[in-house]
Design a protein around this ligand. Structure first.
Ligand SMILES: Cc1cc2nc3c(=O)[nH]c(=O)nc-3n(C[C@H](O)[C@H](O)[C@H](O)COP(=O)(O)O)c2cc1C
Length: 221
């Protein structure tokens, strides 16, 4: 079996993936999640306890960890409201082979996992220890390093924290503004290296979304 190190996971470094699960009523869903490997066959997923992925993992005790570098997949799975109808299309998914979870059809690799232990990472995040049951990789060609591609994913990570922080305490709102600065740095990279690209379109959509959260949180004050 292909092992986790073959997919670029490195000890003590977070690998950014998309974790797919079934909801309690068996709807396929997915969300970006950082994972850390313990060894060639085990990994840790650390979802916020407020996330749907946490709820699903608790209930089903299995998932698929999907490997991709596609910013659009990160965007649509991080912000379900960006999909038409506010929900990820069923066509994104197929059934996993070895666990009762969905997997992303267009992933470059999939790791089908069973949860073997549930613990707490900190006051806000749980920690699921997972055993790989199956690792399958596509024969994707090597891809060039594109700054705009990774800047877009970086901006999406920051934006997922901006949303809850804008609704929070004064201190959290301060943190939201700091994250907004980081999104602006990513925006600058995309503007300079990939104007008029799919990445600049995603960044424009993201920035509109952030503005609408800011307007909403201001109108609540
Ligand atoms: C690259 C990336 C990595 C992320 N890593 C995590 C993570 O490790 N844990 C977590 O709870 N959220 C993480 N997020 C944020 C969640 O994906 C986001 O809050 C999402 O909306 C949760 O969806 P869900 O409620 O359907 O699970 C990450 C986002 C991105 C873009």
């Amino acid at each position: 079996m292909t092992d986790l190190c073959d997919l670029g996971f490195v000890k003590d470094a977070i690998g950014e993936t998309i974790v797919s699960t079934y909801t309690l009523d068996m709807q396929p869903t997915a969300a970006p999640m950082g994972v850390v490997i313990k060894n060639n066959k085990q990994l840790l997923v650390r979802p916020y306890v407020s996330s749907l992925t946490y709820k699903n993992l608790q209930a089903s005790r299995c998932a698929v960890v999907n490997v991709t570098s596609d910013p659009e997949l990160f965007y649509l799975t991080a912000f379900k409201e960006a999909n038409s109808g506010g929900k990820l299309p069923c066509g994104f998914f197929e059934k996993a082979e070895s666990v009762a979870a969905p997997r992303l059809r267009t992933a470059n690799a999939v790791i089908e996992v069973l949860v073997t232990k549930v613990g707490s990472f900190n006051s806000e995040r749980a920690e699921f220890l997972c055993d790989a049951q199956l690792v399958a990789a596509s024969k994707a060609l090597p891809t060039v390093y594109c700054r705009a591609q990774f800047a877009t994913i970086e901006a999406i990570v920051h934006a997922t924290r901006i949303k809850p922080f804008l609704k929070g305490s004064k201190e959290e709102q301060e943190r939201a503004l700091n994250l907004l600065e980081l999104v602006n740095v990513c925006q600058d990279v995309v503007d300079r290296t990939a104007p008029n690209s799919r990445y600049s379109e995603l960044m424009a959509d993201l920035s509109q979304r952030i503005n609408s959260w800011r307007n909403q949180s201001e109108s609540l004050r």
